[in-house]
Write a protein that binds this ligand. Structure first.
Ligand code: TRP
Ligand code: ZN
Length: 869
């Protein structure tokens, strides 16, 4: 590092000295470079200010004028441009040259295959022109794009098209005007040749909106699900949140080279093609659901993010937590609420809890940031959504919606803070959220430890709840939070026992506010079974000494599906933990029959949805299990999880086989019921693959499949069970799909998670596959990411080969695409969680990376924290 990257602190926020009210952008897209001319109307905001710093990165400055005259009072720094001796109000013209074709970071203006596109969030606009690249500067944009007409027939930007025409040399131009003032991170430009799927939507108040989805040529038949999802999103936001779209056109462009999922640029979303393209031959049910969720997410940002944006990047969860909450509710209202909740909770308990106890631990509203791109995290997004969800639980839907209304009344058209949001919720509902605000500033995962006593003579049942948040890397001292704790009591016959305290009925949601609290329930005539933290009412860990019988009881009798699933998970957790200890002590694996009986009961249940049964039968991931231990023993965990799978496969062979055969569907549809049945059938297949003579069954499943869900399930089953047919099925698939990177991602992922002993050698070999490229983030994540994150036994190999492999790749990506490198680095950061030898090997690779002479800020921030800890 030549220069130490500087941290920014939330407490240091100051409003800008100058603002920009209008910007008129002109892009001349040439083969050799792009010429960008920005004409801005600048206004002094703080009396006496006469200089300003414009952000800029990698720009070649060509011209600076103020009010039409060359401006000599400036200096260029590595971070931008300092302008001085400025008047109070002026027109600033800046001309810069940039190199989109050489831009491999996929930030700013870059080329994805043959098309130009942009990614400006968080701080990418400064790679396009010198600007006040901060979210609290809101300007009205007009954008003119000129480019070759045959190579780039579509020239797109935000807002409405207000002019177009031909230019010299076979070129043409289009001019766009966005009537809504916006921060620079919401700017977008796309130029290219696409197939276009068009539709229309009429909003509730009668606005006729043109909907346009742009995809690579030949992919038109894969855009219909995205279009349906978009229309569903627009309708849902009207129905549930009373929010309508506010422009006459909504465009989505799908690109193959994209660092994240998608981007909510005003009126012109840019999407990773993974979240647009789907048909039954190429996409799995999970892909279809992912598209619906991400299309919804970006659409919902139009209000929560764009109309009300963030004052500064520390407030990111203001838009992301809230918008994730909204997309989760959208998916739950359209599909299965229980299955969606289970999926979200698995993410919290796995990767989010892991982030909370690692070196990058931060509150949902971070205090200190070096590289903003490092804070698009599970904590800001997923835990951020849980925090919104807790407010929703505490207020109820009606008051929550009143709070949303007040939030928009107060902050529409402005850049707001998390505090503004909580205040609106508080003022609209009258609910006191003073203590609740701690969720925004305190990091880490709280742990609840519960004990109970039943008093037969008093007919009372009491629950004592202790809350404790362990210290995190960023914050030693923790305080008690306001935790909504949803409980229910059951009698032995399954009847619900009404909750009564101090002589009157109380609701299910208890408010925990202290380190320790006791709740005494009256008129309880028998020792009840407690269902706790129902619906995962708060993002916390729960410790309670349940007996197997109680958990098996809840798996059958709990009134809500989520609670039944959760009881199954707790029963598994109990026996997984006990067995890991057994293995470590050299004892044999054992699983009592009562546990098997509980799961057999679920498998044979007539009343549970197939989709839910599939979830109950799906074990927690090795990563989630690792989170339950002080020191992660990857080998023992793998062994135990495997032994449970085999025990299930063995014990339930007949039931699994019967269900497998009855759930066969002739036709493929993506109705939720059909997806649920497929999901259960494929879970059955994954177990059946572990038994004798599974080759024939799995091959037949593969050969008879008429959709990608079943095809991918057969491949996964063959892969994980290491069947003889694995190689031939994998070859057949790759021969068929080599031309299609998105489909091949499923195959690369299986190579990454291959349990075979030579997994790493094989992953290295697949990097030479015709469909693979380290330049493409999706490919890289599928192969390299899957290996490092989801193949713990091999990634954490005691010879250190997995760690070295990852850091070899990071050395390449550090310069070409630091954003992708930084995400890929995460498994190496968690070194403290492993034994000393592994820690030493991981540290060795981190130190090797730290010594790189052009180490990107993104990696610098994380590596330093990991080595410091
Ligand atoms: N705002 C985007 C979203 O939530 C996230 C995003 C897309 C992003 N691309 C990015 C964030 C690049 C940082 C960098 O959906
Ligand atoms: Zn988002």
């Amino acid at each position: 590092m030549t220069q130490q990257p500087q941290a920014k602190y939330r407490k240091d926020y100051t409003a800008p000295d100058f603002t920009i009210t209008h910007i008129d952008l002109d892009f001349d897209l040439l083969d050799s470079h792009a010429r960008v001319t920005a004409k801005s109307q600048v206004k002094q905001m703080v009396a006496g200010a006469d200089s300003m710093i414009l952000d800029g990165d990698g720009l070649t400055l060509k011209k600076i004028e103020i009010d039409g005259k060359a401006w000599p009072h400036y200096s260029e720094t590595t971070e931008g441009l300092i302008l001085s001796q400025l008047p109070k109000e002026f027109e600033l013209l800046i001309e810069t040259d940039i190199d989109p074709a050489g831009n491999t970071s996929l930030e700013g203006l870059y080329k994805s295959d043959g098309a130009y596109c942009t990614q400006c969030e968080a701080e990418g606009f400064r790679r396009i022109t010198y600007y006040l690249d901060r979210p609290d500067v809101l300007a009205k944009f007009t954008t003119t794009i000129t480019a070759d007409k045959s190579a780039y027939p579509f020239l797109l930007s935000n807002g409405n098209k207000v002019g177009e025409g031909d230019a010299d040399n076979g070129r043409h131009w289009v001019k766009w005007e966005d009537p809504h003032a916006k921060p620079s991170y919401l700017f977008a430009l796309v130029a290219g040749d696409f197939d276009l799927l068009s539709d229309r939507y009429t909003t509730r108040s009668g606005r006729d909106v043109a909907l346009e989805i742009f995809v690579d040529k030949g992919n038109l038949d894969r855009a219909t699900h995205a279009m349906t999802s978009l229309k569903n999103s627009m309708k849902w936001d009207e129905d549930r949140f009373d929010l309508e779209y506010d422009l006459d056109i909504y465009m989505i462009v799908a690109v193959d080279f994209f660092n994240m999922g998608a981007m909510e640029n005003k009126g012109l979303n840019v999407f990773n093609s993974k979240y647009v393209l789907a048909n039954s031959d190429t996409a799995t049910d999970t892909d279809y659901l992912g598209i619906e969720a991400v299309i919804g997410h970006e659409y919902f940002h139009n209000w929560t993010g764009n109309r009300v944006t963030c004052r500064d990047w520390f407030q990111l969860s203001l838009k992301e937590g809230l918008t994730v909450f909204r997309d989760q509710e959208f998916s739950s209202d359209l599909g299965s609420r229980a299955v969606n909740r289970i999926g979200n909770v698995r993410i919290m308990r796995g990767p989010q809890f892991a982030e909370d106890c690692g070196p990058m631990a931060h509150p949902i509203r971070p205090e200190k940031v070096i590289e903003m791109n490092n804070f698009y995290t599970l904590t800001v997004y997923e835990k951020g959504s849980e925090v919104i969800r807790m407010m929703h639980t505490l207020l109820g839907e009606t008051s929550f919606q009143k709070g949303m209304k007040l939030y928009f009344e107060r902050h529409d058209g402005t850049a707001a803070t998390c505090e503004d949001f909580v205040k609106a919720m508080e003022d609209a509902s009258g609910v006191d959220l003073v203590q609740f605000r701690l969720w925004y500033s305190q990091s880490g995962t709280p742990e609840l430890t519960v004990t109970s006593t039943f008093d037969e003579t008093q007919q009372t049942f009491s629950l004592t709840v202790k809350q404790f948040t362990p210290a995190t890397a960023d914050q030693k001292e923790k305080q008690a939070l306001l935790i909504p704790f949803d409980v229910e009591l059951y009698a032995a016959d399954g009847r619900v026992i009404e909750l009564q305290c101090n002589g009157s009925p109380v609701g299910n949601v208890l408010h925990l506010t202290q380190d320790e609290q006791t709740f005494i329930f009256q008129n309880v005539s028998e020792k009840p079974v407690i269902s706790m933290l129902r619906e995962f009412s708060a993002p916390v860990k729960l410790n309670y000494d349940y007996s197997d019988e109680e958990l098996a009881f809840l798996m059958v009798h709990a009134r809500n599906e989520f609670a039944r699933w959760d009881a199954g998970q707790m029963l598994l957790a109990k026996h997984i933990k006990a067995n890991v200890v057994r293995i470590q002590q050299g004892d044999a694996f054992s699983l009592p029959d009562d546990v098997l009986d509980a799961f057999r009961g679920v498998l044979l249940s007539k009343e549970l949805d197939a989709a839910l049964i599939a979830e109950v039968m799906t074990l927690p991931s090795e990563n989630e299990i690792g989170g339950w231990f002080e020191v992660v023993d990857v080998d023992a965990i793998h062994q135990v999880r495997d032994a449970i799978k085999h025990a299930f496969a063995d014990a339930f062979n007949d039931e699994l086989s019967a269900i497998y055969h009855t759930l066969r569907q002739e036709r493929y549809t993506i109705a939720h019921d059909a997806m649920g049945k497929r999901s259960l059938r494929n879970v059955c297949l994954s177990y059946l693959a572990l038994n004798e003579n599974a080759d024939a069954l799995v091959s037949e499943h593969f050969n008879q499949s008429n959709n990608m869900t079943d095809t991918a399930a057969a491949l996964a089953a063959a892969n994980h069970a290491e069947l003889d047919c694995r190689q031939s099925l994998m070859d057949t698939f790759s021969d068929k799909w080599t031309h299609d990177g998105l489909v091949m991602d499923k195959w690369f992922m299986l190579q990454g998670t291959n349990p075979a002993d030579d997994a790493l050698e094989n992953v290295k070999a697949q990097m030479e596959h015709a469909a693979f490229s380290l330049k493409n983030p999706n490919r890289t994540r599928s192969l390299v990411g899957a290996f490092c994150n989801n193949n713990p036994v091999h990634f954490h190999s005691k010879d250190g080969s997995g760690y070295k492999f990852l850091s070899d790749i990071l050395i390449q990506l550090n310069e070409s695409n630091p954003q992708v490198a930084s995400r890929l680095l995460d498994p190496l950061l968690k070194l403290k969680r492993f034994d000393e030898e592994r820690q030493r090997l991981m540290r060795e690779q981190l130190e090797r990376l730290a010594a790189l002479d052009k180490l990107a800020k993104d990696l610098y921030e994380k590596i330093n924290k990991a080595l410091e800890a």
